[in-house]
Write a protein that binds this ligand. Structure first.
Ligand code: B1M
Length: 214
């Protein structure tokens, strides 16, 4: 089998929701020395994207969506265990959470890990985070950047709620605010007065570096 075949097989096993075989295939690929990030992005997450599309088009239902999420998380945890933690965190302080009402956290965790690997001190505020909690934590932890993740049309308004609260409290210039997740876009970032938008984890790192002047 070629490298591409092995990655494609992982994608197919994720799409077909075969948890046991998918985890074994990921483990084998890791043991054979494949790049963990390649297995993650081109294998597991490519499969999860197709599951989301099938859910969106009515081919898969909520139980399949949940199974896909669980098996992707199990694979992601195995892969992440092969990526080292960052020891020296001096490029800035970054807080990240999923906004109020939003329970999606797979992408959020990936962003957090990559920003940590890039040398930032990171704090995971978790999911379903009330807007004021982002602000309270930013003050408490002396954050440089507040990151807001949202994945639903219904939770998108909370991006601007956080920004508006910061403005009302006279704190808007104290923190950079960046947004991400499938509910976001560059246009939205611009229209709500965020400091930037990133479509994926590597771009989030580049955006933080740009905002911090690194
Ligand atoms: Co949900 N879900 N979900 N879901 N889910 C979506 C988002 C959806 C697009 C699926 C679809 O219909 N095609 C749809 C939203 C539709 C909409 O509003 N427009 C949807 C829906 C409808 C729902 C429910 C309402 C379903 C229901 O109950 N009827 C429900 C809502 C729950 C809630 O939040 N209140 C729900 C539930 C779930 C599960 C719990 C089953 C599960 C989440 C499990 C978990 O996270 N622990 C789930 C999943 C897995 C998905 C999809 C399939 C995959 C999300 C994911 O993890 N992707 C998703 C479909 C899709 O996104 N296309 C879908 C992999 C991840 C690596 O990518 O999350 O995009 P992503 O993160 C990326 C970037 O976005 C970016 O970097 C990450 C890494 O590259 N990024 C940032 C993320 N945050 C960032 C922050 C930044 C910068 C970049 O700076 C701050």
């Amino acid at each position: 089998m070629t490298d591409a075949d092995i990655i494609a097989m992982i994608t197919e096993l994720v799409i077909s929701l075969d948890e046991e075989k998918a985890i074994t295939a990921v483990q084998n690929a890791l043991d054979e020395g494949y790049d963990p990030l390649e297995i993650l992005q081109k294998g597991v997450l490519a499969g999860l994207r197709v599951i989301g599309d099938k859910f969106g088009s009515g081919e898969y239902f909520l139980p399949e969506l949940m199974m896909g999420a669980d098996l992707s998380e199990a694979c992601t945890n195995k892969i992440m265990a092969r990526i080292p933690e960052q020891a020296n965190a001096s490029r800035g302080v970054f807080l990240l959470g999923a906004v109020q009402g939003d329970l999606h956290d797979i992408g959020k965790s990936l962003v957090l890990r990559q920003i940590s690997l890039a040398g930032y001190k990171v704090y995971d505020l978790g999911i379903n985070v009330p807007s004021m909690t982002f602000i309270d934590k930013a003050i408490e932890l002396n954050a440089d950047i507040i990151g807001l993740s949202a994945f639903l049309d219904a939770t998108r308004p909370y991006y601007s709620e956080v920004i508006n609260y910061l403005r009302d409290m006279g704190l808007r210039n104290k923190y950079k605010v960046i947004i991400g997740g499938v509910a976001s876009s560059a246009e939205l970032s611009e229209s709500i007065g965020a400091d930037g938008w990133a479509p994926d984890a590597p771009s989030a790192v580049r955006l933080c570096d740009k905002l911090m002047g690194h």
